[in-house]
Design a protein around this ligand. Sequence first.
Ligand code: NAD
Length: 256
Amino acid sequence: TLKDKTAIITGSNSGIGLGIAHELARAGADIVLNSFTDSDEDHKLAEAMAKEHGVTVRYIKADMSKGAECRALIETAGRCDILVNNAGIQHVAPIEDFPVEKWDAIIAINLSSAFHTTAAALPMMRKAAWGRVINIASAHGLTASPYKSAYIAAKHGIVGFSKTTALETAQEHITCNAICPGYVLTPLVEAQIPDTMKKYNMGREEVIKKVMLDRQPSKEFATVQQLGGTAVFLCSDAAAQITGTTISVDGGWTAL
Ligand code: NAD
């Protein structure tokens, strides 16, 4: 059980981050949810999660594209036993047309934010003599596709950063690993299905298997619950010697 542990999950008002937060809460951890917005829905999400799992859930606004706000998120939380660096964005364009501001934003949110939050969280983990850093990379942290240069550079970068974090904390009961999801069924992905069905004149199942999951041999999406379960496992005693590595949750993508 993760009772009395505090987990901070960046970018967790939707999708994978929210799914991981739910599973960590189910395992007993107190939760800090985060995004760059500060809406009623954000705070209601925290309230509902607290009620559902009987843990403390706070929502703290911080923009992960800004280093100072990343550090402030951890300081404001005041305690961090489990840090999940999940916030991420995507942009697709050939290298010569790739907008510079998109490149900078992707490197800042998908990579540099993890540097800032980790730097702020490690002293707290050292004080508690226990810690877990879980970075959400991607199958694109291990393989590439065309037109996703910034995302792939950032995701390969966070895999490397995870290894260095693991080495610097190896004797302190702190572990750091990267989870590499394949295609995950999030609300964002679900929303793309109707348009893709129209574009290819295909049914839902055909679009999922032939177009979206072209590179995912299982022909099934991973779910946010499965990613949450993977995070809970990395927080368990069974995973205490798992550090500086990647765990793929990708239906066989990286075996191809
Ligand atoms: P999503 O868009 O549902 O979630 C992204 C989260 O990040 C949201 O909560 C959003 O509010 C937050 N966010 C974005 N910009 C932010 C900022 N500047 N500051 C703070 N928060 C910010 O997408 P998702 O699919 O759940 O993605 C979560 C992570 O998983 C990302 O790092 C993504 O690269 C990775 N991933 C997703 C898939 C997939 O198939 N969905 C596959 C592999 C990896």
